[in-house]
Design a protein around this ligand. Sequence first.
Ligand code: NDP
Length: 246
Amino acid sequence: MSVKDKVVVVTGASSGIGAATVTKLVEAGAKVVFGARREKKLAALAKTLPAAQIAYATLDVSDIESVQRLVKLAMVKFGKIDAFYNNAGIMPTAKLADNHRDEWQRMLDINVTGVLNGISAVLPIMHQQGYGHILATDSVAGYVVYPESAVYCGTKFAVRAIMEGLRQEEGKNQIRTTIVAPGMVDTELYKSISDPKVAQALVDQWHEKSDTALQPEDLADAVVYAIGTPQHVSINELIIRPTTQP
Ligand code: NDP
């Protein structure tokens, strides 16, 4: 079991779970190509890692050409892609009656179309290689609907359905699939919430009681594990909650 010399592409890598996963993968010997929108954050992460093992670029997962450019960067720099981790996501939760139609659309564009764009960009390469591994960060919100989170939950249910369809269609082509479905993780995700009351409630949960939340590294360990298993093993779903989360 090892990720050594595997080439992994990670989206949503400028903070939280994505950034921690890049670091853990590199520490375990993988070569990692990563992206997100905030260039400064990517550059700061890159400075902490050996240059020979990484490449990065700004990325908007809702733009297929942007995702295709990241995939091309990985192929030019390292010549193959063993795994592609669709991790980017936003969570501007609010009541449906608040009618934040722009936020609904952004969640659909990033959380759902973003995952489809990743699959679209990398699947032809994995077919050519004759193997591959596609992962996505889902959520416990992909299994259970929470109040004030209907659209976010809808996007995460969709990710689970898309990844299960991918598993059924592509297992025979030696393409492995994994969803990592976290409970509460102490990250910046709450910053995408525009409703101050909803945001504050999450800040209270994640930060003031952060001893009970998962840390991004807890999820990164799970991703490194799933990618490191042998080719005949496909870890399809990992649900990971803080022990005390109901
Ligand atoms: P963060 O906000 O720390 O990370 C989200 C990442 O996604 C950032 O790197 C952000 O970077 C990136 N991102 C957002 N929009 C885009 C875009 N259009 N294109 C490319 N990158 C984008 O939060 P988390 O680490 O918590 O979130 C990672 C994933 O985990 C998400 O899919 C989230 O839904 C999921 N999740 C998180 C949970 C939690 O409790 N924290 C629980 C369950 C699931 P940038 O802004 O620079 O583009």
